[in-house]
Design a protein around this ligand. Structure first.
Ligand SMILES: Cc1cc2nc3c(=O)[nH]c(=O)nc-3n(C[C@H](O)[C@H](O)[C@H](O)COP(=O)(O)OP(=O)(O)OC[C@H]3O[C@@H](n4cnc5c(N)ncnc54)[C@H](O)[C@@H]3O)c2cc1C
Length: 394
């Protein structure tokens, strides 16, 4: 089949990898002018880890990954007030856990495609016209073309979802937080292999040291603190962050200065995507486009890879009958993904509590998590992947 995939993030290249292996003719369309590596650091484990293993990519993923040893919460003077060692977490995942920049994981998958698929950077789909035998696409830059299937793997703000299913507002569940992330070189101090965070009510500001003298920062805060319209330009976003974090103490002033010097600032809503169905005719959505779980699940990349693997497998099993494959894909994954979304929604209040009491309770709970058995009690439910990865013999 001729298959167009919109989005060369995590889900898109993973699907392209499996479909190309099955002999399909794939065109990847990516709006960014070139492949984007780096970015915020993600935790990678669970069922997605097993998909990477089946792709033979695990050695490269582990080489690029960081084995982070602890989460440390500090107060406005930098004194430790909570946190835990990741040892119990590692045990819970059977030592199958690593952390790496999202874009580095995406790059490993993309590089392994090795030119087996056509990739069009700097392009975007502008029109989707579904007929009985094909889906006709128009593009920003390329000439129009007909495909057997169109896959929307273009993330939280999916273009294909908007064109085929309707406006973002209809499907987005705003969890009430905003997130910003950026990377700089040469920041001091560095605490190797530690996720270090300061989290007064309604806010979290954290740093994680990477190789090459880089540091990644992540700031999460309650949306109500914006106190005005959503900032759209990078300049307005920087101004909002300066106001919200200006007085919180710890290293915030230095981190805000580092932000001014950072070339890229990621700023977005912490949202989920919830849809009644993921496909329409010859079009199906995948990854964040279909069912973003949000950063609070800590597993969006792994789930995106799992969805890609299952879709490729179901297409093979159905001998290319896309109706049957799309239905089987959704039936298999929907209960699992819905469970992840519910768990992530429940995490929001403890990730960034909005009251002093909530902060105190969260800090005490994180201390208890270093005790044998208690990490399982607090995190076991959300760490465990209640999903049997089918063997499609692809
Ligand atoms: C701050 C933060 C922390 C996170 N932490 C974790 C974590 O610890 N663990 C974890 O597993 N997940 C985490 N996630 C979630 C994870 O990043 C996503 O779930 C994952 O990247 C989803 O993959 P995707 O391929 O569906 O979408 P993306 O990775 O978003 O890729 C979408 C791609 O589509 C492209 N695109 C967009 N518009 C168009 C268009 N019009 N045409 C063509 N292409 C387009 C984009 O440029 C991008 O390349 C985090 C997310 C955030 C924001």
């Amino acid at each position: 089949m001729r298959i167009a995939i919109s989005g060369a993030g995590v889900a898109g290249p993973t699907l392209a990898w499996w479909l190309a292996r099955a002999g399909h003719d794939i065109t990847l369309i990516e709006s960014a002018p070139a492949f984007r590596a780096g970015g915020y650091v993600i935790d990678f484990w669970g069922v997605g880890y097993s998909v990477a293993e089946r792709m033979g990519l695990l050695p490269r993923v582990l080489r690029a990954g960081y084995h982070f040893e602890s989460l440390r919460l500090v107060d406005d003077k930098g004194r430790k007030v909570g946190g835990f060692s990741t040892r119990p977490l590692r045990r819970l995942t059977g030592e199958r856990l690593t952390s790496l920049p999202r874009g580095d994981l995406a790059q490993i998958i993309f590089d392994d495609l090795g030119g087996r698929v056509e990739t069009r950077f700097g392009d975007s789909i502008t029109g989707v016209d579904q007929g009985p035998d094909a889906v006709r696409l128009t593009f920003d830059r390329s000439t129009p073309g007909a495909f057997d299937l169109l896959i929307g793997a273009d993330g939280l703000h999916s273009n294909v979802r908007r064109l085929v299913f309707g406006p973002q507002e209809r499907f987005e569940k705003d969890l009430g937080y905003r997130v910003a992330a950026f990377e700089t070189v040469g920041y001091r101090p560095r605490d190797e292999r530690v996720y270090l965070a300061h989290s007064p009510p309604g806010r979290q500001i954290a740093r994680f040291a990477l190789d090459g003298d880089r540091t990644v920062f992540m700031l999460v805060f309650g949306a109500e603190l914006i106190d005005g319209p959503e900032p759209r330009s990078a300049e307005a976003q920087r101004a909002v962050l300066r106001r919200i974090y200006g007085e919180v103490g710890w290293e915030a002033p230095a981190i805000l200065d580092a932000m001014e010097a950072a070339p890229d600032l990621y700023f977005d809503r912490v949202s989920q995507i919830r849809m009644d169905r993921w496909s329409e005719g010859r079009v199906i959505l995948l990854g964040d486009a279909a069912s973003a779980v949000s950063l609070l699940a800590g597993e969006g990349t792994g789930l995106a890879m799992t969805e890609a693997y299952v879709l490729a497998g179901e297409l093979a099993r159905a001998n290319g009958d896309h109706r049957q494959a799309f239905a089987a894909h959704e039936a298999r994954l929907r209960p699992f993904i819905s469970g992840k979304q519910k768990a992530a929604e429940g995490m929001a209040a403890s990730f960034v509590p909005r009251t002093s009491l909530g902060v105190w309770v969260r800090n005490q709970v994180t201390r208890l998590m270093s005790l044998p058995g208690l990490a399982g009690l607090f995190l076991g439910g959300s760490v465990k992947d209640d999903f049997e990865l089918p063997d499609y013999r692809l």
